[in-house]
Design a protein around this ligand. Structure first.
Ligand code: NAD
Length: 354
């Protein structure tokens, strides 16, 4: 029987730990796996593009466990009352190939993206960063706000979204959370939100080469946490920001980021550093207080692997042990799969009626 975590179970698990602590523990799990970077089989994700969005498969393994995530990105979905990003994933045992866990990953994607962004910012933003502009106040935004409050010590959030209802929703949700010492400022434009911020997070959704941030908005020493540019033809930063001589760019996995990230605009040129090298202490992400650092996040399979393993452990540790589903047949004789299709001989059926 395969463990199953649906959206309701995920909500329970997060509320038992608390959202901030959950993200912090996830960030530690992710950091530990990025330290083992060379042990993982890595590949750019398999993406199927359409005119309105993308559906992607994201696999990886360390030789012991295997994981994949199914995820979509459809920026126009919200107009129909649907989420822009949904996901689910599987963790499997390499020694048998059997799945161990089938899990929802829509919430998990938001949690793990916030975790890795905050983790990267810990190494990239100036020490003592306290204010963050948050551009794009949709589904991912609360998670980014919580992660940066919890892991970085952000105490001022400057919000802007082209949809004022999204900003109102974010303000409402943040007020309910009562995060310690947090000041939330609603701004009238991206430029107003960005002005004077230590960190700028862009987490917008639009299937185009947008210029959410333009060169004159960028101040020396800023850290840019670019989350929404994650597909070919879908970016958020004006290309000149990437070409600044004082810019340092960090990505999750370079072969994938070259195709999907902001750096697709560099057409293969320019130096970028992989986050693993920073976490391993082999490269530094910031040399001076004046450099502009850019985390060009697109989302990488290893982050999902860490999340699924963390969830599997957390779920199994609960007193109830979690729900299991009959995803895989369990015939008495593994060579007699056919018997499982016959109600009289189905082991599952016999158990239920026992
Ligand atoms: N890097 C990663 O690992 C990762 C993970 C998850 C999601 N994402 C990406 O993050 C983005 C946000 O996802 P979401 O689920 O929050 O989407 P969402 O549709 O819920 O929210 C996006 C928000 O951006 C706003 N917006 C669009 N263009 C804007 C602009 N020019 N200026 C200001 N606001 C603007 C929209 O009004 C909307 O409120 C998506 O592009 C998604 O693909 C990346």
């Amino acid at each position: 029987m395969v463990h199953y975590i649906g959206t309701e179970r995920l909500r329970e698990l997060v509320s038992r730990v608390g959202c901030g602590r959950f993200i912090e523990e996830l960030a530690a799990e992710i950091a530990a796996d990025y330290q083992r970077w060379n042990e993982f089989e890595k590949s750019a994700r398999l993406a199927s593009h359409s005119t309105v969005g993308v559906i992607e498969l994201m696999p990886t393994t360390d030789g012991k466990l295997y994981s994949f995530k199914y995820v979509n990105g459809h920026p126009k979905n919200t107009a129909q009352g649907l989420l822009t990003v949904t996901a689910f994933g599987v963790l499997a045992d390499v020694s048998t190939g059997y799945p161990l866990l089938l899990s929802e990953m829509t919430f998990v994607t938001a949690l793990r993206t916030a975790a890795i962004c905050a983790l990267a910012a810990r190494h990239m933003a100036r020490a003592g960063s306290r204010s963050m502009a948050l551009i794009g106040n949709g589904a991912q935004s609360e998670f980014q706000a919580i992660a940066f409050h919890q892991l970085l010590g952000i105490r001022e959030l400057r919000l802007y979204d082209t949809d004022s209802r999204a900003t109102a929703k974010l303000i409402r949700n943040l007020a309910r959370l009562q995060l310690q010492d947090l000041t939330v400022i609603r701004c009238g434009s991206t430029a107003e939100a960005v002005c004077g911020a230590d960190i700028v997070t862009t987490v917008t959704a639009d299937k185009c080469n947008a210029t959410v941030l333009t060169p004159e908005m960028i101040e020396p020493g800023m850290h840019i946490n670019g989350v929404g540019g994650d597909c070919p033809g879908k970016t958020e930063l004006h290309g000149d920001i990437l070409l600044r001589p004082d810019a340092r760019i960090v990505v999750e996995y370079e072969p994938q980021a070259r195709v999907e990230g902001e750096i697709q605009q560099l057409n293969g040129a320019g130096r970028v550093t992989e986050l693993a090298q920073v976490l391993l202490g082999k490269q530094s992400a910031r040399a001076t207080e004046l450099e502009v650092t850019i985390f060009d996040s697109v989302g990488f399979a290893l982050t999902d692997f860490s999340s699924l393993r963390y969830l599997h452990r957390l779920n199994s540790e609960q007193p109830d042990g979690g729900q299991r589903i009959d995803l895989i047949p369990e015939p008495d004789d593994p060579k007699d799969l056919f018997a499982g299709l016959t109600p009289q001989t189905s082991r599952l059926r016999r158990r239920r009626t026992a």
